[in-house]
Ligand binder design. Structure first.
Ligand code: AMP
Length: 214
């Protein structure tokens, strides 16, 4: 997958969190704050499903069951929007990568070239709060309690290992997401501003956390 940026100053931010952690809300606010583009893999998939495209018909069953869509479909779908966002100054990617395999595919092209700063933000929210939030905003067949629990299980098994992956490679920002929206945004913005000022050496371990200020 070609995810590298021809724009070395592009801000490349990845939002990692369980379903219900507030990734979409925060990604939107962070993108506005830094004047970059919010790219959400789940939103793009849902749009394909609504529009009945070939991709939409292929992914519908996965999305409805809370299973991960095959990597090749995700990579093909994201290539153009991610490259366009990169050219325009950067992106907040929400919902990608979802697995270490996806991260490695993206890293091979983007990270290895050392272009721009890549920062992963982890929104941590306890499971009972995730379930409460998701039931409150239940929006259809994909939001029964069983599916919600399954999506959280998929996150724990397949996506949580990404945190170690990013802690070892690039900058990982840990954020307590179980707080009011504005407080979470403030915490992320402060840490991002700090991170953007800091020169990054490839492979250097840089994990920051907002716990001290929470
Ligand atoms: P989200 O809105 O990010 O919670 O995504 C909704 C659904 O889209 C997920 O439960 C998956 O079925 C699918 N999906 C979104 N992003 C990805 C991804 N990077 N890899 C595989 N499946 C994805």
């Amino acid at each position: 997958m070609t995810m590298q940026s021809a724009n070395p100053r592009a801000k490349r931010i990845l939002m990692i969190g369980a379903p219900g952690a507030g990734k979409g809300t925060q990604a939107d606010l962070i993108a506005k704050q830094f004047g970059i583009t919010h790219v959400a893999s789940g939103d793009l998939l849902r749009r394909h499903i609504t529009e009945g495209t070939t991709t939409g018909r292929t992914v519908e069953a996965y999305v409805n069951k809370g299973e991960l869509v095959p990597d090749t479909i995700i990579m093909d779908m994201l290539r153009k929007p991610v490259m366009a966002a990169s050219e325009a100054g950067g992106y907040v990617l929400d919902g990608f990568p979802r697995t270490v395999d996806q991260a490695e595919a993206a890293y091979r092209t983007a990270g290895s070239l050392g272009v721009g700063v890549q920062i992963a933000i982890h929104l941590e929210v306890p499971e009972d709060e995730l379930i409460r939030r998701m039931l409150a905003r239940a929006r259809g067949a994909d939001d029964t309690e069983d599916i919600i629990r399954h999506r959280i299980k998929v996150y724990e098994q397949k996506t949580r290992p990404l945190l170690d992956y990013y802690a070892q490679r690039e900058l990982l920002i840990q954020v307590n997401g179980a707080r009011p929206v504005g407080e979470v945004t403030w915490s992320i913005v402060v840490q991002l501003q700090r991170a953007f000022k800091r020169p990054t050496a490839p492979g250097r371990v840089q994990t920051t956390t907002d716990r001290a200020v929470a």
